[in-house]
Design a protein around this ligand. Structure first.
Ligand code: NAP
Length: 349
């Protein structure tokens, strides 16, 4: 391909998490030849989960990476073309198509784009955190827990992910400390029960109404200790000057942040796709067809880029299939302008 040419694709799916792969399976079966772009977190968040116990059809559970691999195989069987590349920008053209630029330098123009690029782990922004990310500070217990075998570890958060990570880390840690900023957990009862079992056994120490202020250590030697704030009324950082707020140091060898995720939607900023103030894509919704349509014709959203509530593998899969069906309906009205032919870049200018 010359620098002046871009490749035309009928449909591009950005993301290979459960939403993207479900879209790819449906799009492949609808003969829309999806190009599926796999970003820096191939397979999405489920690949970070050891055991998926609530995905229908697997009564004994299934490993996250295995579930993802099975879906990839299924998508490829129906003609999906998987390629590596993070979508860096997307732009709606006057002719109705969408220009897509990928981190590999590849450029495409497509008739329909399914945005299924998921979400990435959030961080706190406290001193020491950024410097030590990858050197004892981590957003993935499944990936990094085993590196800190025998050490004390801190998990921050009070949702399902924090409970799951704390429970998982008991395999490696001497003691797992779980710091949550308020009294009540957001996590579902199942996880809270498991946490409490471990707390009773002495593997986990729960620190409610506690927030992380600072991580101390060096990239050479890793995390040495953390500084925490505690106030029994909750949200101690907001009440840092309250005499009832105490600060304490805790010697730990690793810190795991499990404080939620931010949707990966920056590449859609110039498209006209509407997003809320947190970056989640607004889709049409409702109970009729076209639920995954965005404000821009030809661009559809599915999975964690849209969903700030359910965020389950099964809901992401459902949305991915809906997006592919909505895109297929849209494409029926759009002439297939020569599949996989090259078109001049800027033909629209
Ligand atoms: P989440 O449910 O959004 O929970 C994030 C937690 O981090 C909350 O407890 C929140 O505190 C805390 N937090 C957020 N910002 C913070 C800050 N700046 N400082 C201190 N604490 C902060 O995220 P998640 O646990 O990653 O779960 C996301 C979704 O995935 C959920 O729908 C969950 O059900 C799902 N999930 C499911 C499983 C499963 O096994 N089924 C496992 C993992 C995740 P507040 O509670 O005070 O807001």
């Amino acid at each position: 391909m010359t620098e002046d040419a871009v490749e035309h694709r009928r449909m591009i799916v950005s993301g290979t998490g459960i939403a993207g792969l479900s879209a790819a399976i449906y799009a492949g079966r609808a003969n829309n030849d999806p190009l599926v772009l796999e970003g820096d977190e191939p397979g999405g968040q489920l690949t970070l989960t050891t055991d998926v116990a609530n995905y229908p059809g697997f009564p004994d559970g299934i490993g996250g990476p295995e579930l993802v691999q099975r879906m990839k195989d299924q998508a490829m069987r129906f003609g999906a073309d998987m390629q590596h590349g993070v979508v860096e920008s997307a732009q709606k053209r006057k002719d109705g198509r969408i220009d897509v630029e990928v981190s590999t330098g590849d450029r495409y123009v497509c008739d329909a784009l399914v945005a299924a690029s998921g979400a990435s782990a959030r961080t706190l922004g406290v001193p020491g955190e950024e410097e030590l990310l990858g050197y004892g500070v981590s957003t993935c217990a499944t990936c990094d827990g085993a590196f800190f075998r025998g050490e004390d570890m801190l998990v921050v958060g009070g949702g399902d992910a924090a409970m799951e990570e704390a429970t998982f880390l008991t395999k490696f840690a001497d003691t797992v400390y779980l710091a949550h900023r308020r009294e009540n957990f957001r996590a579902e009862a199942h996880w809270v029960d498991r946490l409490e079992e471990h707390a009773d056994e002495g593997d986990i120490e729960v620190m409610k109404n506690t927030e992380l202020l600072e991580v101390s250590g060096t990239p050479e030697d890793g995390v040495d200790h953390v500084t925490l704030a505690r106030n029994e009324t909750g949200y101690p950082k907001e009440n840092i000057d309250d005499p009832a707020t105490e600060t304490l140091d805790l010697d730990v060898g690793a810190v795991f942040l499990a404080i939620g995720h931010t949707p990966n939607t920056g590449y859609l900023e110039d498209t006209g796709v509407e997003m809320d103030d947190r970056g989640y894509i607004e889709t049409v919704g409702g109970d009729g067809g076209g639920q995954t349509k965005t404000a821009v014709e030809g661009i559809f959203g599915a999975g964690d880029v849209v969903d700030h509530h359910y965020q389950q593998a099964v809901t992401a899969g459902g949305m991915g299939s809906k997006a592919a069906m909505d895109a297929d309906e849209y494409l029926e009205e759009i002439p297939a302008a020569g599949e996989r032919t090259e078109v001049a870049a800027g033909a629209d200018d």
